[in-house]
Design a protein around this ligand. Structure first.
Ligand SMILES: Nc1nc2c(ncn2[C@@H]2O[C@H](COP(=O)(O)OP(=O)(O)OP(=O)(O)O)[C@@H](O)[C@H]2O)c(=O)[nH]1
Ligand SMILES: [Mg+2]
Length: 348
């Protein structure tokens, strides 16, 4: 799971990146040059794993990871929207954290977060429109040369162009945003977006003003404050969290929201002394989940021995849960649920 941090210049992208990678960001990549994006790999803490550890006493525990990508700064100073090169670097992302400034900047410019959001969103729409138009021209040219367009592509790209030309992001039209034939275009406005409103240290309020899209979740953070807290030793960090009424760290909140945004769930395996958390798209079938763990498990899939986390918790251990009939033998088509503990039976 790779989430790109985007936003207008000076909105707090680097600050958020540091707040996210501060405590648990163990594998921060060091860019070779200033034009390379920075990537922070962070561990997805999951309370359920603590109980699994108590019950199974594994030698090893492996948690899921999520990555955050910070593109290098756009050239030019405040006001400049992103250039094409910067956009191209975030195309690989599964979704975006769109940061908007909700504090008065050093030059005294008051915040207008809704408007800032719209500005960058328009930039993305224009970028996608250019991609669609270029592709249309190409297809038309090929047609003139006698080459038949492949499948539905012309119709689909034309439909995208119409949506974008009307000033709408592609995510408003899920048939297009999620169409497999359009995936290769990596349209920016087809990606899921979480708005991260970056408030001032003392400001706990929801942002006012207009310009907010009604289809997107907004997460209010205090970027600079949370960045400072992320660099503190645990005791001191806790003191600050209490003082500033921050119940959960920015990292936890952003991870939870990222899972919701990308519609991901977790399941667990207990294998040769290792308890491990896995992340898959919601709706994933048992066969697909087996494949996420090991290709042999998918190839030789027999059954998924499945126990829900809640059942394990109430029975206290696997044996009791089995006696109580809570352990199910599911087939390939079983839709994996968040928190399932699965033992794949397979034969290769
Ligand atoms: N008051 C206040 N200032 C903040 C907050 N978050 C960031 N800043 C300040 O705003 C300025 C810009 O923050 P950055 O994190 O560098 O923003 P950026 O989006 O990475 O900026 P560019 O990379 O230049 O586009 C810095 O001086 C930060 O200290 C905040 O929550 N409150
Ligand atoms: Mg920056």
């Amino acid at each position: 799971m790779l989430m790109g941090i985007i936003g207008l210049p000076r909105c707090g992208k680097s600050t958020l990146f540091t707040a996210l990678s501060g405590v648990w960001g163990e594998e921060q990549s060091h860019p070779v040059s200033r034009t390379e994006p920075r990537i922070a790999t962070v561990t997805v803490m999951d309370d359920r794993v603590n109980l699994l550890k108590e019950i199974y006493k594994p030698k090893k525990t492996t948690l899921a990871k999520i990555q955050y990508l910070l593109a290098p700064q756009a050239p030019g100073d405040s006001g400049a929207a992103w250039d094409d090169g910067t956009w191209n670097r975030v195309r690989v992302c599964d979704g975006f954290l769109h940061v908007v400034r909700n504090f008065e900047d050093r030059g005294g410019t008051p915040a207008d977060p809704g408007k800032d959001f719209q500005r960058l969103e328009e930039d993305m729409i224009v970028n996608d429109l250019a991609v669609a138009e270029k592709r249309m021209e190409r297809i038309e040219l090929d047609k003139k040369r006698g080459k038949k367009p492949e499948g539905d592509e012309l119709r689909l790209v034309a439909a995208c162009r119409e949506v974008l030309d009307g000033g709408q992001p592609l995510r408003h039209t899920p048939e297009l945003a999620e169409h497999p034939a359009l995936r290769g275009f990596t349209f920016l406005t087809a990606k899921p977006v979480l708005i991260v409103v970056n408030n001032d240290d003392e400001d706990e309020s929801e942002p006012g003003g207009g310009g907010w899209p009604d289809d997107l979740e907004r997460l209010v953070v205090r970027g600079r404050l949370e960045m400072d807290i992320a660099s503190m030793p645990p005791d001191e960090a806790e003191e600050f969290r209490v003082e500033y009424h921050i119940q959960t760290s920015v990292l936890d909140r952003v991870i939870k929201a990222s899972y919701r945004l990308l519609d991901r769930i977790s399941f667990f395996t207990v294998l040769s002394d290792e308890v491990r958390a896995w992340t898959v798209s919601s709706g994933t079938r048992a066969l697909g989940a087996a494949g996420a763990v090991h290709s042999d498990m998918e190839k030789g899939f027999i059954r998924a021995e499945t126990l829900s986390f809640e059942d394990l918790k109430s029975y206290g251990n696997f044996q009791e849960a089995k006696k109580g009939g809570a352990v199910r033998l599911e087939g390939k088509e079983y839709e994996v649920k968040d928190g399932d503990i699965i033992n794949f039976r397979f034969n290769v």
